[in-house]
Design a protein around this ligand. Sequence first.
Ligand SMILES: [Zn+2]
Length: 276
Amino acid sequence: MKNLSIPLKNILAEKIFEECVSGYRDKGKVDNLLQCKEIICRDSNLYDELVPKELEKFEKSLLPANITKEKIINVYNEKFVKGPGRKYYNEIKKQAIRNICPICGIRQVKTLDHYLPKSQFPTLSVTPNNLIPACLECNVDKKDDVSLDSKNVPVHLYFDNIPDDKFLHVTVMDNLEILYYISCPNVEDEGLKARLEKHLDFYKLHELYSSHAASEIADKIHMWKIALEEFGEDILRLSIDSECRSAEMNDINSWKSALYRGLVNNFDKLLAYLQL
Ligand SMILES: [Zn+2]
């Protein structure tokens, strides 16, 4: 989990909306939808100001009487995912490093996730800062039931200041089962701490990371046994430590970095398991 650069910084959400709407041929429909421009502008500005730290203060605008939320959501589906807005969609997707989902850090980016879901916040459907590159699972798992509680939402990858210190850790069980948790005593922002923890719960990352760790251990265990038998404890320790440092250079809070940190810190448990 790392910060992403804010996408499309110089392009206003209402301009993107207008460009998308221009893709409809029906002039009546275009004029009808353009009545939303002002509230899209207002809600997007408010979003930038309040999300996620002061989410409680975010009050979404009421839609004009003759426009349903489905009509606005359709603009996203019909003219942003494809049509005139696609170039913006692609630009936001490109924020993901190596096309890896920045939410889970494991799977491939396939879509954009609405941080505040479009079903509840239709005026933020095409607001770039509300759109995060995501894999399908991280998008689907989110559901649509987001509460306006700044301690009960996941980390915002554009606006939260994600610590560059270690915050993802593991408990190593005697059978080498690996359990992930968040601990960041140096972070003073209680809201951010809560969002980091919520992030793991919300996207079911505890389970995902534990299964990746189990797979990694299964891949390496025979090599570790051989290293221990042929070269001894110190060489094995050095090898685990090198894996840890290498993973940390790439991402200090990846599932892999946390796994190898845990194995370095619980080397006696690893030894005991290998000698069973
Ligand atoms: Zn993901």
